[in-house]
Design a protein around this ligand. Structure first.
Ligand SMILES: [Zn+2]
Length: 244
């Protein structure tokens, strides 16, 4: 199960154990769209679960959230387009410490428009930094992008935007993913799921309170290679607490 969770989080970039599910096609609209994900195959059953992501973050519970410790190094050795997102595969050796546990950064990818909302506000772009601990438990750090000045890290990454589904482009690691996060690491926290099939639950979600900037041209460039919106609709919070 843990291995499947990790493989799913890698969005099939390099996981042969998950090969069977690669053939279950899903989409962001139509017959294979989000409303039908849970019915496409039993393996996607969790998509109908009660602890799903994305959510509208609101109704916060005041909590004594400890500061996150980011130990990120320069990484990012490949950028790929898997038809669902554009993803940067990160080199081993970068992690974030949550509750004293190290979660290694595996990859980051983007959704336009944002999947999560903060107090009912949608953003034009959201970044997901996917981490796993040594047991395969997942933690996703989400960052909202607000339209404004050009983002210098995206400027370089987008110079290698893979235009078509299946395209993979090798990168010379030149950036620290930390430079894509806001300087202020204040965050919201809740328990959720992968936002793509198989929608596995038990994912630690950390959503940065402060957005970072992205230019309209950078948003448009991403949308152009995706060719469609790639955000799952909001899911019910149900019994969960959203901490701040
Ligand atoms: Zn995502």
């Amino acid at each position: 199960m843990k291995k499947n969770l990790l493989c799913a989080a890698m969005l099939f970039a390099s996981c042969s154990a998950f090969a069977a599910e690669q053939h279950v096609h899903w989409d962001y609209s139509g017959d294979k769209g989000p409303e039908n994900w849970a019915k496409l195959t039993p393996e996607f059953g969790a998509c109908a679960g009660k602890n799903q992501t994305p959510v509208n973050l609101t109704g916060f519970i005041q909590a004594d959230l400890k500061p996150l410790k980011f130990n990120y190094k320069v990484g990012g050795s490949q950028i790929l387009n898997n038809g669902h997102t554009v993803q940067v595969v990160y080199d081993a050796g970068s992690n974030v410490v949550i509750d004293g546990v190290e979660y290694e950064l595996k990859q980051f990818h983007f959704h336009a428009p944002s999947e999560n909302e903060i107090k009912g506000e949608s953003y034009p772009l959201e970044g997901h930094f996917v981490h796993a601990d040594k047991n395969g438990n997942l933690a996703v750090v989400a960052v909202m992008f607000k339209e404004g000045k050009a983002n210098p890290v995206l400027e370089t990454l987008w110079a290698h935007l893979p235009a078509k589904e299946g395209d993979k482009i090798a990168l010379t690691p030149a950036h620290n993913a930390l430079d894509l996060l806001p300087k202020n690491h204040a965050y919201y926290r809740f328990s959720g799921s992968l936002t793509t099939p198989p929608c596995t639950e038990g994912v630690r979600w950390i959503v940065m309170k402060k957005p970072v900037f992205v230019s309209k041209a950078q948003i448009d460039a991403f949308k152009k290679v995706m060719g469609h919106d790639n955000n799952r609709p909001l899911q019910a919070v149900n019994a969960r607490e959203i901490l701040e």
